[in-house]
Design a protein around this ligand. Structure first.
Ligand code: NAG
Ligand code: NAG
Ligand code: NAG
Ligand code: NAG
Ligand code: NAG
Ligand code: NAG
Length: 451
């Protein structure tokens, strides 16, 4: 999770991997697919509680099939615009990001997003998909704390976000506060009362917007409470939010002591030093704090992190093909990722911290583009490989460049889809819409989750 990152190493990671997003009706808890016990799936707004939905592509049930669309990648090379989204795969797509500002009455959108967002919403609606706006993200969470600090500010902030929902004809609002009661990117306003104030804000927003889907992107553990530890009872949030998306990615990366899984399905089966979070432990933590499983959407990653690993340590002892588990890596050298990555010039972020260099991110398509995988997703000739069955994570390694990548493949996505189904979770949310290759990942998780 990003709050664990040494920020000096992070340059662009925040831009690439902050997130959020949403849906709405409850999944039947057992065989009876026609008797949801709470909330509705019709087109008429519900008068109380989490909202009804109107845009599902999966009328047979109420699973959330979601991704985040990143406004900035419309200007990447190759570009990924709303036209590139395979809308039929999703019930909801969230637009990232609008950002908090020092003025509680103003939630900001870049000028380019003001142009693109209406196109995005139109396309979503033409495809019967819910269009949601995500507010916050790693760089956009600086003023959440002050925006929800007082009753007066909460009223103003409710009006500000409802203004956006109305102006852009949104179906929902998604709050990606990274993170309550923490400094986040380094200079976020924060208070021990953040989680409690966030709840009061969500209750006020829900009261004013019964027909909007409301969601929040969250870490692997419940929001930090007033005592500085994860909250032990977050059940009240579940009455105002339709669901949360657990951002179970960036668990390992360049800030970690060794190479490890980006987005582990499980870690309770890993050596104790390597238990850094997973879908399994996140679901356990949130449900133990009273958040119902059928309002928890699993955040999944269509990208991986890269590491510079010398050949002498990359391979398992005696092998030239099988990779070693959790090898050390050259911290001083962050490899360049795929063609969406760049060696950014040195600069400073909004908090004055040094930035620059590559993110090292490889999208799933980027692993094919760069020759790690064949275009059917199998490992290319000459590429080292390991599959960790605890975290359900593949690793690939190119000896000529010493680049090792930990990512998710179709097998990982199928395992996560099966877990969503067997554990009664609400669905999945992929960061991001533009990371897949020919819908291979999304098809894999949809099928396994039962869509
Ligand atoms: C998006 O679609 C355009 C037009 O078909 C295509 O040129 C571009 O490569 C696509 N972007 C990605 C990331 O696939
Ligand atoms: C309320 O919001 C304003 C910005 O509009 C901010 O200056 C003020 O500090 C906030 N109040 C609190 C108690 O944080
Ligand atoms: C929610 O209700 C308001 C007021 O009735 C309406 O203007 C808005 O279009 C509705 N939004 C959605 C997403 O249905
Ligand atoms: C959790 O909080 C809710 C109210 O927010 C309360 O009704 C419930 O009893 C609490 N649960 C526990 C285990 O304390
Ligand atoms: C996670 O690991 C534990 C311990 O090995 C195991 O009991 C459990 O079935 C695993 N869960 C999943 C979803 O893989
Ligand atoms: C994937 O493509 C490669 C190269 O064309 C081929 O050798 C291999 O059999 C294919 N694997 C599968 C599972 O389709």
């Amino acid at each position: 999770m990003l709050y664990q990152l040494p920020l000096s190493l992070l340059a662009f990671l925040p831009l690439l991997s902050v997130r959020a997003a949403p849906y709405c009706t409850l999944r039947p808890s057992s065989v009876s697919s026609s008797s949801p016990s709470t909330s509705t799936s019709g087109s008429s707004p519900t008068s109380s509680g989490p909202s009804g939905s109107s845009g599902s592509n999966s009328p047979s049930n109420d699973l959330v099939a979601m991704s985040w669309f990143t406004g900035w990648n419309a200007a990447s090379n190759p570009p990924f615009t709303p036209d590139n989204i395979t809308w039929s795969k999703y019930s909801t797509v969230a637009y990232a990001f609008a950002t908090t500002t020092p003025d509680v009455n103003t939630v900001a959108l870049e000028a380019s997003d003001e142009v693109l967002l209406p196109q995005f919403v139109d396309l979503a609606h033409q495809n019967n998909v819910k269009a949601v706006l995500t507010i916050g993200g790693w760089t956009g969470s600086q003023y959440f704390s002050t925006a929800v600090a007082t009753s007066e500010n909460r009223t103003a902030f409710v009006n500000a976000v409802l203004g956006l929902a109305s102006k852009y004809n949104l179906d929902g609002l998604d709050f990606d506060w990274e993170y309550p009661a923490q400094t986040g990117i380094g200079c976020n306003t924060n208070s021990p009362d953040d989680a409690a104030n966030f709840l009061s804000f969500l209750q006020a927003l829900r009261a004013a917007a019964s027909n909007l889907t409301l969601s929040a992107a969250v870490g692997d553990k419940p929001w930090t409470g007033s005592n500085g530890s994860p909250s032990t009872n977050v059940s009240a949030f579940a009455a105002s939010l339709d669901y949360i998306e657990v951002m179970n990615y960036d668990v390992w990366g360049s800030w970690s002591p060794t190479v490890g899984p980006n987005s582990p399905l499980n870690d309770t089966c890993a050596p104790s030093a390597d238990q850094q979070g997973s879908a399994v432990s996140a679901l356990a933590a949130w449900t133990a704090a009273g958040f119902p499983a059928n309002q928890i959407v699993l955040g999944v990653a269509g990208y991986g992190h890269s590491f510079d690993v010398p050949q002498a340590t990359a391979f398992a002892s005696g092998s030239t093909t099988e990779l070693a588990a959790y090898p050390s890596f050259e911290k001083s050298d962050q490899p360049l990722g795929d063609s969406w990555d760049s060696d950014a010039p040195a600069g400073v972020d909004q908090c004055g911290a040094a930035t620059g260099g590559p993110s090292g991110i490889f999208n799933y398509w980027g692993l094919i583009e760069e020759g790690f995988l064949m275009d059917n997703g199998t490992v290319a000739p000459g590429i080292g490989y390991r599959y960790d069955s605890c975290s359900q994570t593949p690793y690939v390694y190119k000896p000529s460049t010493q680049v090792m990548v930990s990512f998710d493949n179709t097998e990982s996505f199928a395992a996560k889809g099966s877990f969503i189904k067997s554990s009664g979770m609400r669905g999945f949310a992929m960061w991001d819409s533009g990371s897949d290759y020919e819908n291979m990942l999304i098809d894999s998780i949809r099928t396994a989750a039962g869509l």
